[in-house]
Design a protein. Structure first.
Length: 103
């Protein structure tokens, strides 16, 4: 490229790019401010949503825990009413019953 043409392009493009840069900086700052405010709000809403979701999961877990405790409680009550269920399989009392039934 001819040095005279390069100098002419530089003289024309220099001020143009300078004005463009000076105009773009405030626009970029406003854009970044709005963007990060929006992103911050999205993160707050997402955290709130996850908070509700975790509360629902915790409530479901507590409901299941109550159901399991009820089932175990009824099983313990049933076993305490029938002491023969508490005997181990190799207990002499059980063997004597089996021998009586076989004869």
């Amino acid at each position: 490229m001819d040095p005279a043409v390069a100098k002419a392009i530089g003289e024309v493009l220099g001020p143009f790019l300078g004005v463009l840069a000076c105009g773009a900086i405030p626009v970029a700052l406003v854009y970044l401010g709005k963007h990060f405010k929006l992103r911050h709000r999205e993160l707050e809403l997402e955290a709130e949503l996850h908070g509700r979701d975790s509360q629902a999961r915790l409530q479901a877990l507590e409901t299941r825990l109550v159901a399991v405790e009820g089932a175990l409680g009824s099983l313990v009550q049933t076993m305490s009413r029938r002491p023969d269920l508490m005997q181990p399989p190799d207990a002499p009392q059980l063997e004597s019953r089996l021998l009586t039934k076989v004869k």
